[in-house]
Design a protein around this ligand. Structure first.
Ligand code: NCD
Ligand code: ZN
Length: 346
């Protein structure tokens, strides 16, 4: 007898769609299963102002076929020059759902990010007043801090001080990768934490043992196994603070398989099948819907989707190894194991 599960349509609370040819190629990979997504603003140049976010939203909507029901939830890229009133106006008009803080230099296209956190205090205070969430890329950039410790140090040096200094600011720890991140999230209220699909699957051995695997390189970098297990426990716990943000981040194979490869795993295509596999392994299929479809809307104050998807267990699902884009091929994340959960619209 085939096993099946019907859940509300999922949302992706952290997604990179890029622009132009790449946008057109990767968008259908997300809209096939997801109803909404928080769209990351790290374009080149970044999406800093309300006007830029409106123009980017229009480009995404233009790339959508008419029949597809998908809502991009836009974000602004926080810089030291961000105008609090522009942010407040973009929020009041319903244009943006969050502001994204990248420490300068922390990850792909983050050069315009924040160096001096005191310089963004006015914006953060305004966001706390109006209830606009701050999404944080939680890694310090101090060259003296080991890359595997950068998330834990960020919590102590940046996140916790910002939260203490800005009461009422709603914060999202983006793509947490450590037990430290899980523990901090559990200790706080008014805080969300997104977890990616790939960090539930890989640890740092997958990246480095037997040869360097550029398609497993992302930021924050995968950590030790104990951290992956903490993430799996958090994602499958049903705790409303934890929800899916795939961080699906397409780069062409040429840019990944190079002497200085870009960070990012492209998981839009197979995320739901992989998650069902993981939740089944953790005996938590009954909590998959909370992670993918309920906790995120709960945090962002949006209704969950009314439409449904069905997951059915059968033969191993065959995914494309890569998708073709006019910019070049993009390799799809390989979970390294067969997954048997097929997704269909219910
Ligand atoms: C992201 C990208 O490629 O834009 N890369 C990644 O490894 N996750 C940026 C980010 O979210 O850090
Ligand atoms: Zn990201």
């Amino acid at each position: 007898m085939s096993q099946s599960l019907t859940i509300r349509r999922p949302d992706d609370w952290h997604l990179h769609l890029r622009d132009g040819a790449m946008l057109r190629a990767v968008l259908p990979e997300t809209t096939r299963h997801f109803a909404r997504a928080i769209i990351m603003p790290n374009l080149v140049p970044p999406v800093v102002t309300g006007a830029q976010a409106a123009a980017y939203r229009d480009r995404i909507l233009d790339a959508l076929p008419d029949v597809v029901d998908f809502t991009p939830l836009m974000t602004l890229y926080l810089t030291e020059d961000t105008d609090p009133e522009d942010v407040a106006a973009a929020h009041a008009s319903g244009l943006v759902s969050a502001v994204k803080l990248y420490p300068a230099g922390a990850t792909t296209n983050s050069a315009s990010g924040v160096k001096d956190f005191d310089k963004v205090r006015g914006v953060l205070e305004r966001m706390a007043e109006i209830g606009l969430p701050l999404c944080l890329h939680g890694e310090v950039t101090d060259p003296e801090i080991d890359i595997f410790d950068r998330e834990a140090v960020f919590i102590d040096r940046v996140l916790d001080p910002i939260r203490r200094a800005t009461p009422g600011l709603r914060t999202v720890m983006e793509h947490i990768t450590t037990r430290d991140g899980v523990d901090y999230a559990r200790s706080q209220d008014d805080l969300g934490a997104t977890i990616t699909t790939h960090h539930l699957v890989i640890n740092r051995n997958h990246l480095l043992v037997g040869g360097i695997r550029p398609h497993y390189y992302c930021l924050p970098v995968a950590k030790r196994e104990e951290h992956r297990l903490a993430l799996r426990a958090a994602a499958t716990s049903g705790d409303a603070r934890f929800f899916l943000g795939t961080d699906s981040a397409p780069h062409t194979d040429a840019n990944k398989e190079s002497a200085c490869g870009c960070a990012g795993c492209f998981t839009a295509t197979n995320t739901m099948s992989i998650l069902a596999h993981i939740f089944e392994e953790e005996d938590a299929l009954d909590r998959l819907e909370a992670f993918t479809s309920l906790n995120g809307p709960g945090f962002y104050g949006l209704p969950p989707n009314e439409t449904l998807i069905r997951l059915t267990k059968g033969d191993a699902v065959v995914f494309p190894d890569r998708i073709n884009t006019e910019a070049g091929p993009v390799t799809v994340f390989d979970p390294g194991m067969p997954v048997h959960w097929h997704v269909s619209t219910a």
